[in-house]
Ligand binder design. Structure first.
Ligand code: F6P
Ligand code: MN
Length: 332
């Protein structure tokens, strides 16, 4: 089995990008250890602090953010970084060629229940000139690499450098990532979807109708039964989609009018959208391809619909319909 380093060489990935990816992978090994030790290391639980998005930070959010920041500062290839746990972008080195956006520990509400969590990252080219937030505001298509590490029963790295998607599994004996799946491909069709159903009454009409039709199963317009899965960590749900197909969505909702979307564009939606597209799937907001969005802020949020191409298309077809009329009283 190829190691990650061997695989990057065989793909002819640029030497400095390979170095950065290896730094991210090495840091994820240390994060995996911290996550695995859990309560034994005293790393579980919340802190008194909130991040810029008003979410209470878990101890592990802060620990993993520091681990990644320290590693990226020492790497030498990084010009600047943006993290879910940093209010502002951080300048790293004047000579670095890359910008790195990351969610150090996605799904942190899963930490305390010993369930799936992960690290998501996105690598962009660093523009010349002074570094500012504007330097990061590049479309998802500009990503040079994207991936995640899933801290599950085994620790796995999913990676794209624009040459398809590869999955690596961390060998606990040698502490090395080994290639366990090349050319990951998402099935075009699926009968599985993932959504937080508790928000149902807050969704927009197209999503209400689409999910209602999935739930009708064989007796509905889709004429087939669908199963539902929800891990509550995007990294886990997207991993399932890459592994066996499916549709994952965190749609717009009006639960809090000041926060219509949940997932962050720069370090959640964009890297996952690139992985999904590179594996033959699709990723959209319902109205626009995620990778085509022109970002306006580093912490901006977007609606996400991604996964098996035909199922994403089915969901998008509802968004093209006219929902302006009153609901049909016979449909309740
Ligand atoms: O990072 C945000 C996140 O933790 C995602 O990983 C996950 O999909 C979502 O929030 C779950 O949020 P909720 O439990 O509010 O639906
Ligand atoms: Mn997250």
């Amino acid at each position: 089995m190829q190691t990650l380093a061997q695989n990057l060489t065989s793909q002819a990935v640029d030497a400095s990008l390979s170095q950065l990816i290896l730094t991210l992978a090495d840091t994820s090994k240390a994060i995996s250890q911290a996550v695995r030790h859990g309560a034994l290391a005293g790393v579980l639980g919340a802190t008194e602090q909130e991040n810029v998005q008003g979410e209470t930070q878990k101890k592990l959010d802060i620990i993993t953010n520091e681990m990644l920041k320290d590693a990226l500062k020492a790497d030498g290839t990084v010009r600047g970084l943006a993290s879910e746990e940093e209010d502002h972008v951080v300048e790293v080195s004047e000579t670095g060629q890359y910008l790195v956006c990351f969610d150090p520990l996605d799904g942190s509400s899963n930490i305390d229940i010993n369930s799936l969590v992960g690290t998501i990252f996105s690598v962009l080219p660093a523009p010349t000139g002074e570094l500012s937030e504007a330097s990061f505001l590049q479309q998802g298509r500009a990503q040079l690499a994207a991936g995640y590490v899933l801290y599950g029963p085994s620790t796995m790295l999913a990676l794209t450098t624009g040459r398809g998607v590869q999955m690596f599994t961390l060998n606990p004996e040698t502490n090395e990532y080994l290639l366990t799946q090349d050319a990951v491909s998402i099935s075009k069709d699926t009968a599985e979807f993932a959504i937080n159903m508790s928000n149902q009454r807050f969704w927009e009409a197209p999503m209400q109708t689409y999910i209602a039709d999935l739930l009708l199963g064989k007796i509905g317009p889709r004429e087939k039964s669908f199963n539902m899965r929800w891990i509550a960590a995007m990294v886990g749900d997207v991993h399932r989609v890459l592994s066996r197909g499916g549709l994952f969505t965190y749609p717009a909702d009006n639960k809090d009018p000041n926060k219509p979307f949940k997932l962050r564009l720069m370090y959640e939606a964009n890297p996952m959208a690139l992985l999904v597209e590179q594996a033959g799937g699709k990723a959209s907001t319902g109205y626009e391809n995620i990778l085509d969005i022109q970002p306006e802020q580093i912490h901006q949020r977007v609606a996400v619909i991604l996964g098996s191409a035909n199922e994403v298309d089915a969901c998008l077809s509802y968004h093209g319909l006219d929902y302006s009329q009153e609901p049909d009283p016979e449909l309740g």
